[in-house]
Design a protein around this ligand. Structure first.
Ligand code: SF4
Length: 289
């Protein structure tokens, strides 16, 4: 099913090369009448360059599947997780315990420092934090010239429904992406995890369907409220001296105009942020893994 409700025709790999190399015992179940596992493995084999794949690992369920498929494909690879400094503690613990070989990278700036630098918290419209914290800006060129494998899927969001299985990064032309499970449904992902007995982060057992940064604005006001309740200390760090409180102080000291007319105090900016930077709750929060 394509994000947004329409049916998307299933697109098999053009070349059958690789599919014939996958042994039946690692193929697993057939999904939707197509062997998506064999096709994903064939895609990985076909597009892995001699220097190997750069696997972008988030610790979410799609990443877990992606990494398992890369391992089964038997290709050269290295695996990376970018800490954002507002990662759910359960997720970091899960990665360290289950995937000790993943290379964990710290950003050049914490989320709190970034909020003060930008003089406002990130919003759906001003999503500056991903570039700094998740995409590694300021931490060197680890991904430069690499083919980056991700667990992005069309079914995750309308926006991701427009991505291609192999694509060039529009912001950094020296990077290319490979999304081997782009056409998998959420059921495909969970079926694969169960069939292959893969570990997943404990937050899924608590009801989380998607896991990302704590209080990510892209989860919408409902998701932010849920996170605030689940991780009150991290929420307090966003609000008080470390981030939003400091923003408001600095704005006053530097005489920066209150553009929204709603940022007079830290409570004002906090309430504005929790509403998603608008009066109304967004009924269609952006989805992420
Ligand atoms: S996932 Fe959300 S909070 Fe985390 S860096 Fe991206 S936009 Fe910011």
């Amino acid at each position: 099913m394509q994000a947004g409700g329409g049916e998307r025709a299933y697109i098999p790999l053009n070349s059958a090369k690789g599919a014939t190399l996958v042994s039946p015992e690692i193929i697993g179940p057939l999904f939707d009448g197509n062997d998506k596992v064999a096709i994903a493995i064939a895609r990985i084999r076909q597009f892995t360059p001699p220097e190997g794949l750069y696997v972008a690992f988030s610790g979410g369920k799609d990443s877990v599947v992606l990494l398992d498929l890369v391992r089964k494909a038997g290709v050269k690879h290295d695996v990376h997780y970018n800490l954002t400094t507002v990662d759910p503690p359960e997720l970091v613990h899960f990665i360290r315990k289950e995937y000790p070989d993943v290379q964990v990278h710290r950003p050049a700036m914490t989320m709190w420092q970034l909020i003060v630098k930008k003089n406002m918290p990130p919003t759906r419209m001003m999503r500056f934090c991903c570039e700094y914290l998740k995409e590694g800006r300021g931490t060197g060129n680890r991904e430069s010239g690499r083919i980056i494998a991700t667990g992005i899927r069309w079914a995750e969001s309308v926006r991701r429904g427009k991505r291609r299985m192999v694509e060039n990064c529009k912001n950094h032309p020296d990077k290319n992406f490979l999304h081997p499970i782009i056409d998998w449904t959420t059921d495909d992902v969970w079926n694969y995890i169960r069939t292959n007995n893969l570990p997943v982060c404990s937050l899924y057992a608590e009801g989380w369907k998607r896991i990302g940064c704590v209080m990510c604005p892209m989860a919408g006001p409902t998701g932010m409220a849920r996170d605030m309740e689940r991780w009150p200390k991290i929420a307090a760090a966003y609000k008080y001296k470390r981030a939003i409180g400091r923003c408001v102080e600095e704005r006053k000291q530097r005489g920066i105009a209150d553009v929204s007319r709603e940022w007079g105090t830290e409570d004002d900016m906090w309430d504005w942020w929790l509403r998603g930077g608008s009066k109304e709750e967004d009924p269609n929060p952006w989805l992420f893994e």
